[in-house]
Write a protein that binds this ligand. Sequence first.
Ligand code: TYM
Length: 333
Amino acid sequence: MGKKIFSGVQPTGNLHLGNYLGAIKNFVDLNNDNDNECIFCVVDLHAITVKQDPKILKNNIRETVATFIASGIDPKKGIIFNQSSVAAHAEGAWILSCVARMGWLNRMTQFKEKAGKDKEKASIGLYSYPVLMAADILLYDATHVPVGDDQKQHLELCRDIAQKFNNDFKVDNFLRVPEPLIQNEFSRIMSLKDGSKKMSKSELSDLSRINLTDDRDQIINKIKKAKTDPLPMPQDVKELNHRLEAKNLLVIYSSLTNSTIENSIKTFMGKNFSEFKERLAAELADKIEPISKEIKKLLEDKKYLDEILLDGVEKANLIANKKIERIKEIVGF
Ligand code: TYM
């Protein structure tokens, strides 16, 4: 049986290697399997939970579409659309926010991280964003949701919301409880400057991440400057527990070469970091540079990108409108 796949990516500027290895690479494989129905959403409603420049946002939406396509997602095989063009997402989020409990949301670690010390100043949207994410998924009866490890808690919340809705309104299995698809070993790519921090677009230093728009020289330079430790390459997996930067680079190498971490360790055991870094930089540049070039090329054809979105919006509306109408009936509207 094929899977119904739904996932989303925020259009908040440069997508990076973490987004690619943690999520988009998996989208491509799932989309290539003809048995699956895939829906990939550019979650612009999520993006405005923190301040965005309107002009830049519009372009970032296109850039996210370009990144999907440049990474290998065939828009003819699935649906690519932007969230704000399908009103059911906002409507669904409101209704589900009356089902979700404060106590559940208070546990969300990403809100705590993103809001930082001054959570009184965070937007309400940033706090309730996992409910919008639940609406995204549940409107499409998704069976599987491919994400990186940082979204796992939000998916658990989505499952709880679906179950509570079904129980409260006595509609068994009406909202489909989705399964997360998280690639164990490669689900969390860390900063190139600090192996204990997630690679992210919000980190100040550009040297901390490989952007999917970086060119070959930038990629090679960033790997050269990536933090390591003074020891030779690790001998076994146990060593990685206290050598976080070495672990992260080996994770990246293994994911790129479709290898296991154990095998990558065997290949470079006892060698110097410089030799490993050269191989890693070459692999990365070979993989990312063509994507980067293709993103830039696609961005020159705004009309093409807008057409893909329009087509996706039309298809997504058909599915989501049906579901939201049923939800409204069930609630008593
Ligand atoms: P976002 O836009 O922050 O990230 C998009 C995807 O990239 C993954 N990711 C990573 N994976 C590994 N290592 C990293 N360093 C890394 N950084 C990001 C994320 O886990 C994600 O899969 N709330 C979501 C978007 C969303 C969504 C949804 C996802 C909205 N609605 C419905 C799935 C289903 C987010 O902000 O992802």
